[in-house]
Design a protein around this ligand. Structure first.
Ligand SMILES: C[S@@+](CC[C@H](N)C(=O)[O-])C[C@H]1O[C@@H](n2cnc3c(N)ncnc32)[C@H](O)[C@@H]1O
Length: 164
């Protein structure tokens, strides 16, 4: 797993936690600005799981990169999809709020992706890249697969990935 962190102190906290979890050898922490590091990371892809959880203003750019570097059947996830409720406040036109709206809309409208926002906490955007161009004749209703916890998300995503 490769993870990017701008703040060296945060990177150190993450490194300590990975070490305590016995995962240090499986994690490659790169310190720097993701906007600068991601282009060169493309040479190491495509990736099967991409999790986006940095500054919200950057979400649209991070998502475009993710969609270009995600393999078929891969998953892209984003934290804070609800922006703490700000995305439904029509008077909120801050860049970070607009960025989350763009992020959510982009995932929802991309025909290559099967997407949802799981309404737990501040909202988790989850999307699977289809393995094939066309939907099957009886499209899967993703809402039928979602229950109430993360274990069920995992089950739902596994089902969607098998189907698409
Ligand atoms: C909400 S925290 C991430 C928490 C992490 N996902 C976790 O679960 O522990 C957001 C992190 O993004 C980092 N960040 C902000 N802008 C960044 C950028 N341009 N490139 C890389 N990391 C960035 C911040 O330093 C902060 O540590």
């Amino acid at each position: 797993m490769i993870t990017i962190e701008l703040n060296p102190e945060h990177a150190q906290v993450a490194a300590n936690n990975f070490r305590l979890a016995g995962l240090a050898e499986r994690v490659d922490i790169r310190v720097g600005d993701a906007h600068q590091l991601l282009p060169e990371l493309s040479t190491e892809g495509p990736f099967d799981f991409i999790f986006i959880d940095a500054e919200k203003e950057g979400c649209p750019a991070y998502l475009e990169w993710a969609l270009e570097n995600l393999q078929p059947g891969g998953i892209v996830a984003g934290h804070n999809a609800f922006g703490h409720g700000d995305i439904v406040d029509t008077g909120d036109t801050r860049e970070r709020t607009e960025a989350l709206r763009v992020f959510n809309r982009r995932l929802a409208e991309d025909p290559q992706m099967v997407s949802l926002i799981f309404p737990a906490g501040d909202g988790r955007a989850l999307a699977v890249r289809r393995r094939q161009e066309q939907c099957p004749s009886s499209p899967l209703q993703i809402k039928d697969l979602i229950y109430s916890d993360w274990i069920s998300i995992s089950t739902a995503l596994t089902t969607v990935r098998r189907r698409y």
